[in-house]
Design a protein around this ligand. Structure first.
Ligand SMILES: [Zn+2]
Length: 162
């Protein structure tokens, strides 16, 4: 069991964060932005960057190498849709994508690039500093903006399902 503090300062515990989010044992901040039989998209429980989304999958596999071709195509399609919707909701103009196979449960980080990240050259090399900065500077206003961004994305996703 791993224990960490979530972005709101509450302690959360999980065996595998990816499985627990997929199984609704761990509800991500603001709830699920998108969900289907394979994929979920939601805010990261630990990193308080406004609009920062994680694309997770239900299957506990570490690499997309273990997925079927149809699953990979579906993941890419929902990834693309999520990025489009982040832009449509004016959360960001650009994103940074990260997928680390060292994690035991496949997921993709979709990091929106914000103005304040210019100080860090919006560079993947500075991602740790960007994350640390977001944690140090998390306040009530950022919390409101973060939850608001999640609601905007939920609305954006509703538009396509109609
Ligand atoms: Zn898992």
């Amino acid at each position: 069991m791993t224990k960490v503090n979530d972005i709101f300062g509450s302690e959360i515990e999980f065996d595998c964060m990816g499985c627990d989010i997929a199984d609704h044992k761990l509800i991500p901040p603001g709830g699920y932005v998108y969900e289907d039989e394979l994929i979920n998209v939601a805010a990261d429980p630990e990193i308080p960057i406004v609009g920062f989304m994680i694309l997770g999958i239900k299957k506990h596999v570490k690499s997309m190498n273990y997925l079927t071709r149809d699953e990979r195509i579906h993941i890419m399609d929902i990834l693309n849709t999520t990025i489009e919707k982040m832009k449509n909701a004016n959360i960001c103009d650009e994103v940074l994508l990260i997928q680390e196979e060292k994690s035991s449960h496949f997921h993709i980080w979709i990091v929106p690039m914000h103005e304040w990240m210019n100080d860090f050259n919006k560079n993947v090399r500075n991602l740790k500093e960007i994350i640390d900065y977001s944690k140090r500077n998390f306040d009530e206003k950022t919390k409101d903006d973060l939850l608001n961004a999640i609601e905007l994305l939920k609305e954006e996703f509703k538009k396509t399902s109609k």
